[in-house]
Design a protein around this ligand. Structure first.
Ligand SMILES: Cc1cc2nc3c(=O)[nH]c(=O)nc-3n(C[C@H](O)[C@H](O)[C@H](O)COP(=O)(O)O)c2cc1C
Length: 189
């Protein structure tokens, strides 16, 4: 089976069964040999990759500029499944980021301007002041997408599908690319 097909099957199953947001995943980046993870939301599933949106000036954005290799990990407790993906990131085209940005609530759009993501701030009230500043600036008009706010597509080179089994005999199915063809192997849990 094509791993994208399997991903979609599990993702839809999680959507039906999950109590929390099934689109949330742990995103892994690397910076000078130090791995970092944080949660982000999967917003687009394309034929060849998975897209999340973020601020390119954030820590993760800086890591990504320096190392395009990224990892993703979903865990859906309700269906006892985990999916791990490793691959290469690339910035999606402006049209795709514009379209998604335009679909966000106005408050989130203002927030994208107000928050210089990952930078040190004096206080929370400083952030609220910035929010007010941008509300005023964009009053009566659409909020444009800041050019640093983009979608990043992760194009997988490997998937691991993990299904919980009894007595720790879990099933681990790995798909990897060889000569551009998906190959499948099983791993011991
Ligand atoms: C459930 C959840 C979903 C999140 N989704 C996003 C997201 O889609 N994009 C984003 O930039 N940050 C998201 N965040 C915030 C990130 O986890 C993180 O705090 C932020 O992006 C800064 O990370 P960085 O300093 O490593 O760049 C989310 C946090 C949680 C808990």
């Amino acid at each position: 089976m094509n791993p994208f097909k399997k991903f979609n099957m599990w993702f839809n199953l999680a959507k039906k069964n999950h109590t929390f947001d099934h689109t949330a995943f742990a995103l892994g980046t690397e910076n000078k040999g130090q791995p970092h993870t944080r949660m982000v939301l999967l917003k687009l599933i394309l034929e060849d990759g998975f897209v999340f949106f973020t601020n390119l000036n954030s820590n993760k954005g800086s890591h990504f500029k320096y190392n395009k290799k990224l990892s993703m990990c979903f865990y859906w407790e309700s269906i006892h499944k985990q999916i791990r993906i490793v691959g290469k990131g690339s910035i999606v085209d402006d049209k795709t980021s514009d379209k998604y940005f335009a679909s966000r609530p106005r408050g989130s759009q203002i927030g994208a301007w107000a928050s210089d993501q990952s930078s040190q701030i004096k206080s929370f009230s400083y952030l609220k002041q910035r929010e007010k500043k941008f509300e005023k600036m964009f009053k009566g008009s659409d909020v444009p997408r800041p050019d640093y706010w983009v979608g990043i597509k992760i194009q997988p080179k490997e998937f691991e599908f993990w299904q919980q089994g009894n007595f720790r005999l879990h099933q681990r199915e790995v798909y990897f690319l060889r000569n551009k063809v998906w190959q499948r192997k099983m791993l011991s849990p």
